[in-house]
Design a protein around this ligand. Sequence first.
Ligand SMILES: Nc1ncnc2c1ncn2[C@@H]1O[C@H](COP(=O)(O)OP(=O)(O)OP(=O)(O)O)[C@@H](O)[C@H]1O
Ligand SMILES: [Mg+2]
Length: 463
Amino acid sequence: MAAAAAVKVQEVREVTRIERIGAHSHIRGLGLDDGLEPRHVSQGMVGQLTARRAAGVVLEMIKEGKIAGRAILLAGQPGTGKTAIAMAMAQALGIDTPFTSMAGSEIYSLEMSKTEALTQAIRKSIGVRIKEETEIIEGEVVEIQVDRPATGVGAKVGKLTLKTTEMETIYDLGNKMIESLMKEKVQAGDVVTIDKATGKISRLGRSFTRARDYDATGPQTRFVQCPEGELQKRKEVVHTVTLHEIDVINSRTHGFLALFSGDTGEIKAEVREQINAKVAEWREEGKAEIVPGVLFIDEVHMLDIECFSFLNRALENEMAPVVIMATNRGITRIRGTNYKSPHGIPIDLLDRMVIVSTSPYQEKDLKEILKIRCEEEDCEMSDDALTVLTRIALETSLRYAIQLITTASLVCRKRKGNEVNIEDVKRVYSLFLDESRSTQFLKEYQDEFMFNEMEEELMEGAA
Ligand SMILES: Nc1ncnc2c1ncn2[C@@H]1O[C@H](COP(=O)(O)OP(=O)(O)OP(=O)(O)O)[C@@H](O)[C@H]1O
Ligand SMILES: [Mg+2]
């Protein structure tokens, strides 16, 4: 019985790491060298050199942090890597620069007005780097002395002696401090810092001078120098928050818990005004810096005329992020109007943007991308199967071919093979239709489907 229970625990522990493979999980960066020249295959990125070079320049512009309110449009056919390039830029920016990603259609599904949704997205993309000076005490522990009350109950009191290479001081300890010293297992010879404002104690490591006290050193003991100079020091801590986070925390109706639920609702204009004023004040005092980040709007043709004109104004605001948009539309109707425009975007907004275009891939690049995807999905594929798959990608679409990798590798596993061969690829090609074969099928058998409109059109034509 006991043995069975032990086995069970083991089983549960096995399942700890779950890795998910997404459409863009193979992308790790733009793959540029120091001179911003794209390497042909690097960091999961293949070809599309002009667009990647342009993205690299934009990235530099963002990193400089001085330029705000620029808009970049990535335009090109479906499946040419627009979303992939934006994801690569996000990776390259690192965690300290805010990057917000949304799809144009998202604004219609939120329980707030469209302009509020856009304002929140914009403010999520602007970081405020706040600098704070805190006073700390840093030194090597010489002695900890705790006096327990004779009765055994009541508050403990004690003394802590700390030293640097130049001085030594004795501090009185309260009950709380004694408890946290015990929790951290601090002992003589440790180097510690104490935050004066909060009383938080952190152990930095053991002093080198105590390196020979074997009994006190564990396998992961870290040795540090005994601090120099004064015991009391000023230390600067920097943390970055977004304007949106400051908004939510300060809007009295929601409070910071809303940050976790995402249920922030609309935020009053007055709150935002006050926060802008406060941030401007901090900037003047040198306490804070603005970090303009990036707002990425995918499928931007889904925005309507109201959103577009709102963006026109928002981009001219001093605290605007760099806005990157992507679309695969040609000349089409602007949502909310009867006018047509390139990419479904009004001309006055297009005029404020620089446009980066992506172009369809050549056979060689398709093969590279498919190869990278095979690696990403842990799928062994024979060389001729990959060649066939590349031809399929060329004739149908890259996305369809990427889908076939997963399915083919499943078929291969079912027949207990360890490498996907041409037969597996043929099998899934016949099992799963691509868009053009499906359309062909519809055209041939349209009579047998419900609500088909082809017939009516034909009838009308005949009449
Ligand atoms: N240059 C590239 N290097 C590596 N992978 C790529 C490249 N271009 C595209 N891909 C991959 O191909 C797939 C399709 O590309 P992506 O989704 O970026 O297309 P898109 O231009 O955004 O298309 P759509 O207009 O339909 O949104 C993705 O899985 C993407 O990661
Ligand atoms: Mg896309």
